[in-house]
Write a protein that binds this ligand. Structure first.
Ligand code: GAR
Length: 207
């Protein structure tokens, strides 16, 4: 069966990448296949996860590419060379330009560790999101998978899942629970949903 070619963009530990790799191995991403991992951080542990799974990977830093425009040009080239259909931002902690997201409209999805529109947008990433949720005192948080457009964390929502905040939570315990109960479940599900949509569109174009 034809599959959508998936690239996963990472910056750190890559537990969401691992969730995608494991879900594909279990047959839960039947419409897509991970063909490339791109890190914008040298030596990110996610790269080791890719290597262990036999997935080709690449490191592209803004510094080595001479800034944001050069980075996006190199990224676009790498994605096109591998005939990538879907880009999954899985803990990719850099903001892509409006130009880039327009070029890949409805082809980039992102996982964010809160219930958008709470605790999102520029400056809200990683542990910071959970620190802010605790500081505000909300009793429920969660994760969101959304399409990427020119507004940081502002694209159409695909899936969301709520997670309770417990009185004894620290940012670290909350981050872990949001990952276990929401992110690692939602992201593979969304990757499958969007891959299936892309395949359907491609088939429609051929008809
Ligand atoms: C995840 O919690 C992800 O949702 C978050 O960074 C973490 C990366 O962990 N992403 C953002 O905050 C994006 N704004 P991982 O490298 O183990 O997947």
């Amino acid at each position: 069966m034809e599959k959508a070619n998936i690239a996963v963009l990472v910056s750190g530990g890559g537990t969401n990448l691992q969730a995608l790799i494991d879900a594909e191995a279990r047959g839960e991403i039947a419409s897509g296949s991970i063909r490339l991992v791109v890190s914008n951080v040298k030596g990110a542990y996610a790269l080791e996860r890719a290597a262990k799974a036999g997935i080709p990977s690449l490191t592209l830093t803004k510094k080595a590419c001479g800034g944001q425009a050069g980075f996006e040009e190199a990224l676009d080239k790498a994605l096109r060379e591998k005939e990538i259909d879907l880009v999954v931002l899985a803990g990719f902690l850099s903001i892509l330009s409006g130009d880039f997201s327009a070029r890949w409209e409805k082809r980039i999805i992102n996982i964010h560790p809160s219930l958008i529109p709470s605790f999102c947008g520029k400056g809200y990433y990683g542990l910071k999101v959970h620190e802010e949720a605790l500081r505000y005192g909300v009793k429920v948080t969660g994760a969101t998978v959304h399409y990427v457009n020119e507004i940081p964390d502002g694209g159409q929502i695909i899936l969301q899942k709520a997670v309770d905040i417990l009185p004894e939570d620290t940012a670290e315990t909350l981050q872990r629970r949001v990952m276990e109960q929401a992110e690692w479940i939602l992201l593979p599900k969304a990757a499958e949903l969007v891959s299936a949509r892309i395949l359907k569109e491609k088939a429609g174009n051929k008809a």
